[in-house]
Design a protein around this ligand. Structure first.
Ligand code: AHR
Length: 662
């Protein structure tokens, strides 16, 4: 059955319905923290990020390439390109497959003209190209001249009004495939630029891998990440994420097995990485995106580098021989799984093997002789049913035999509210996982905000002896799953915060969690809500992003038992110890100030070290025009006299209090 049909079944909730409790003005509550207890450890991986190439997350987003369909390998090879033809020109373009550039990249573009004004082609970029004044850009192309002598090319980036923003020239193009580059500096800033490439004279030339890149892409520590958009890497790094899950999501599974994610196709020379359709291209009728493909410029090597740069544990998810069960649900016969299993064993060697192993050697030749030290791996994305369990068993046996130290993550399907027979399926899968004992079990929730409030205590009753939990995808929705109505507003963010307080309080069994999806391009999204939004030049975090950040940058080492006396049940609280500090996180979901007595039991002296508050109206959102409407601000400096003090929590707020204790 199709995902859309599930979506339609879901009820719609509005934010106003979330905060239905009858609240007393200036309600009085008590929070007690057993600060003298050792506390349960909070895993370093507790707050992580989930990356998927959905909503132009990779191509058109994190991957800084500005040219769409640079290799002419989209299903319609001219998609994104158009000829620039003057009246007297006989210029034409042909897609040529003879003498291909390479086998994985068989199509190239032939431009020919014999009379008239210079003939050219234009690339529209990913809903335009974002260019910044004063910054340099590399134009790069593989080209060969057809015919005697040499050819030249003129390249120009034009703004939304067709004005020239930067220009360059490529000279002496000979008859063999060669790479030619030129550097240009922009004289203006424009988010909707286009790239023009003109023949320098009459004749024919073949082009492939036509590329335009900012000269400066993300560079942190001592190693540049090849070609990632700096502002998007920075906003991720600011989260100090415990792990990075990649490459998804349903993209791992593919609509059919033929367009599943195969990591080996995403490494090595970018010219030889085979472009394939992005499964989100036509998933949603409400947001068809026919120009969405995967160039794999951002591939597994880059994902591992990104993890290293932002200090996140890598968490690859592999296809376990099943296509997306919301689509075709194709499966590979259990006795034919060997190549899939081998690919996974090879992935572990690629990540962790020595430079003289086969796949470790590939990594070393790409520039990273040291292993990436990968510790965990997901077998399948949102798989369900007995067919998943039988495939999981095959993978687990082979992987654990060779790499017992690699932690395996098993799924419990999609959100139980949206996949066939969800709750029963989840129960069935949990039954199997209790027998098979994977290291970690992954649960997903895309639910209305009130579900998140109500489920803050969800994990209190989970079996402490079973596998650890990974809440691998969740987001509070204000419409139906993935629908355009969903808003990334403060109301939803606070609901997630209340749920995360529950995750933190259960840190002894919940070892990882991540909001999903991560990124969305304002002009090219398919799914809402999303944690971070961007256009071709700007990026902003949603209130949900700031909730994630308040947790991840105040993680602490151990979680302290905390109890609440709150007549109106609108307060949610947890406390962690972080070195000499106790960090208290409190969500006030009511429309009123809540004056609260706080008691840090077992502590003598306490000093206020700082605090942050995220608050506003539940409907408040950030946007490109108001990117910081809802952001944490410093709490008023507060005179904490001792282990017992009174604090006023603002309406609709999340507060983090950092308390220095002895
Ligand atoms: O986060 C968007 C999608 O939701 C993911 O690809 C999938 O795993 C889930 O259904």
């Amino acid at each position: 059955m199709k995902r859309m049909e599930f979506q339609n079944r879901l009820s719609r909730f509005t934010i106003t319905m979330l905060f239905t409790c009858a609240c007393t003005a200036f309600a009085q509550s008590t929070i007690t923290v057993s600060a003298d207890q050792p506390g349960k450890p909070v895993a370093k991986t507790m707050w992580g990020i989930f990356f998927e190439d959905i909503n132009f997350g990779a191509d058109g987003g994190l991957y800084a390439e500005l040219v769409k369909n640079r290799s002419f390998e989209f299903d319609e090879p001219m998609m994104g390109w158009s000829p620039i033809l003057s009246a007297d020109s006989d210029g034409k373009t042909d897609i040529v497959v003879k003498q291909p550039f390479n086998e994985n990249n068989p199509h190239c573009l032939r431009m020919s003209a014999s009379r008239g004004q210079p003939f050219g082609i234009e690339n529209e970029g990913f809903r335009g190209m974002g260019i910044r004044q004063g910054q340099s850009y590399w134009f790069s192309v593989y080209a060969r001249h057809i015919g005697p002598g040499a050819m030249s090319l003129k390249t120009k980036v034009v703004g939304a009004g067709a004005q020239s923003i930067m220009e360059g020239t490529i000279e002496n193009i000979s008859g063999d495939w060669k790479n030619y580059t030129c550097k240009m500096e922009a004289n203006a800033t424009d988010a909707k630029c286009k790239l023009n490439v003109f023949l320098g004279s009459f004749g024919s030339v073949d082009l492939d891998m036509v590329s335009l890149f900012p000269a400066e892409t993300a560079q942190m520590k001592d190693r540049p990440i090849p070609g990632l958009r700096s502002d998007l890497v920075t906003i991720l790094a600011d989260l100090k994420p415990g792990f990075l899950r990649f490459p998804g999501g349903c993209i791992v599974e593919g609509m059919t097995l033929s367009n599943r994610y195969e990591w080996k196709n995403t490494i090595g020379d970018i010219n030889e990485r085979k472009t394939i359709i992005n499964r989100w291209n036509k998933e949603f009728r409400h947001r068809l995106t026919p120009d969405y493909f995967q160039s794999y410029g951002l591939g597994f090597y880059e994902y591992f580098l990104l993890c290293e740069q932002i200090g996140a544990e890598p968490m690859p998810i592999i296809n376990c021989g099943m296509a997306c069960q919301f689509n075709t649900g194709q499966t590979v016969a259990v006795d034919k799984l060997a190549p899939f299993v081998q690919d996974t064993l090879d992935l572990i060697e690629f990540a962790n093997g020595s430079a003289d192993s086969q796949w470790g050697g590939v990594r070393a030749r790409m520039g990273h002789p040291e292993p990436f030290n990968m510790k965990m791996l997901g077998v399948g994305n949102e798989q369900w049913g007995p067919q998943y369990v039988e495939r999981y068993k095959v993978f687990a046996k082979a992987l654990k035999e060779k790499y017992p130290q690699i932690q395996l993550i098993a799924a419990t399907g999609s959100d139980p509210a949206i996949f066939p027979n969800g709750p029963n399926e989840v129960e069935y899968l949990w039954g199997e996982w209790r027998k098979l004992d994977p290291d970690i079990v992954d649960e997903h929730f895309y639910r209305p905000a009130d579900w998140f409030f109500k489920n803050s205590a969800r994990y209190d009753s989970y079996d402490r002896k079973g596998p650890k939990l990974f809440v691998g995808e969740y987001a509070a929705i204000s419409g139906s799953v993935g629908s355009p109505q969903n808003k990334n507003n403060l109301g939803c963010a606070l609901a997630e915060a209340a749920f995360m307080i529950g995750l933190e309080r259960n840190a002894d069994i919940v070892s990882m969690s991540s909001y999903a999806p991560l990124f969305a391009h304002v002009d090219a999204w398919q799914w809402t809500p999303d944690l971070i939004w961007f256009d071709n030049l700007n990026v902003f975090g949603t209130p949900n992003y700031y909730v994630q950040k308040l947790f991840s940058t105040n993680r602490g080492d151990s979680v302290l038992p905390t109890s609440i006396l709150d007549q109106d049940k609108t307060l949610y609280a947890s406390a962690v110890r972080a070195g000499k500090q106790i960090i208290l996180k409190v969500v006030n979901a009511s429309a009123e100030d809540v004056t609260t007595d706080i008691d840090l039991k077992g502590i003598q002296a306490v000093n206020y070290a700082g605090g942050l508050v995220l608050s506003g109206s539940p409907r408040d959102e950030n946007s490109l025009t108001e990117p910081t409407k809802v952001v944490p601000v410093k709490a008023e400096p507060y005179n904490v006299a001792g282990p017992k003090f009174t604090y006023l929590f603002k309406p609709y707020s999340m507060t983090v209090l950092q308390l220095e204790v002895e």
